[in-house]
Design a protein around this ligand. Sequence first.
Ligand SMILES: [Zn+2]
Length: 178
Amino acid sequence: MGTCINPCRGCPLRDGCALRAEWRQKVCGLGLRNAWFVCPTLAKEIRPGRRIQVTIPVMGIGYDYRGGEHECFGGRKMVRATITTADARNHTFACVVDPGQISEEEQFSNSKTIDEIRFLKRRHHWRIVQFLDEPDLPLCKLGNVLRDGKCDTSDGSCSCREWAAADELTRSLSTESA
Ligand SMILES: [Zn+2]
């Protein structure tokens, strides 16, 4: 039986990876079922602002070939997203799906708005289908993606500006007293 090497299993960067080959050699013959490594290659890519492609669950409408009737099904859809937080040691990340990629009909949950389901909680690197060949997006002080100078949040508000204003005030007060 082979050894399952983490994080190589399901890694979007596994093809042709030199580290994967090295680790495979290292664990070869040890009879381990699992082996864990902290991957510097993956850690470098999983960073806030990095553009990725992930899949999310969506509802769809299909046709039953016998009766031609509508039928609802749950499927997964490929979407573009931006990493907002990253943990290098665990190869985990949270991300936000780009606006305009999920339609009302595709919305899986009735209890959440599209803008709420766009924000994906912390998950493992193997959920990344691929890293996009795009420049990183800037994030605001509170870790939200900045689009046209606006912070991308589920309810459209972000307190980073107040934070910045408070910082500014503290700075000016300390200069005055100096
Ligand atoms: Zn902000």
